[in-house]
Design a binder for this molecule. Sequence first.
Ligand code: FPP
Length: 249
Amino acid sequence: MSLLDKIDRQNTPKHIAIIMDGNGRWAKKQGHMRLYGHNFGVESVRNVLKAAKELNLKHLTLYAFSTENWNRPKEEVDGLMDLLVKTISGELPKLHENKVRLRAIGDIEGLPEACRNELQEAMEQTKNYENLDLILALNYSSRWEIKNAVKKIAKEVKDGIYTENEITDDLISDHLTTKGISDPELLIRTSGEHRISNFLLWQIAYCELHFTPVLWPDFTQEDLYKAVLDYQSRERRFGMVSEQITKSL
Ligand code: FPP
């Protein structure tokens, strides 16, 4: 029996975010270069997309390349960019078939031209699909995103568009790259690390965190279902007490 059968379909997260970690260690364990692990990581992306379809997920955000990742050896960075181009163009027919909209968050202008073009073309072709948003965090960091939002808000206050007293949580959310996308209810990090690594810091205020020792290239559909079952075993209190939650059900 698949773990999928144990999932309560009335209480599934609508947005799952994943820090895909452990590709390098996975490759090293097999005696290969790090890029070998990234290549296998693409199969895990396919696995989570299949699981997302089964769960009727609305948004899946994958941390594919952080602003800090530029500090990796040039060979690895170039390889990752090539892999992104190859994967986006290779998977495009599947995105069409499943009516998946590709979106991106991060400093897209800072990506190499080939990668930016491939991404923009795929986003344009899929922009009207509504089954699932596949959101790639590329050249992304949360502090970069928050800093930009603060700059924009400061300018808009200066220009008299609104006053500082009118700055609300919603207004801040609307100035982030995730504007219009509901916050994730579940964040998964693979590879046994227990860190957030500058990912969606504002958006995960009330998110449930699931850490698994599984290295990303080994991550299966069942691992995603396991994370959802873990999520369903939690009581989400949003700062209230347990009795208030039970009463409002
Ligand atoms: C982290 O593992 C993984 C990455 C920085 C890249 C993830 C990219 C992919 C899976 C390929 C393309 C994906 C898409 C969505 C098109 P790591 O290298 O930090 O592993 P380590 O911690 O073991 O060194």
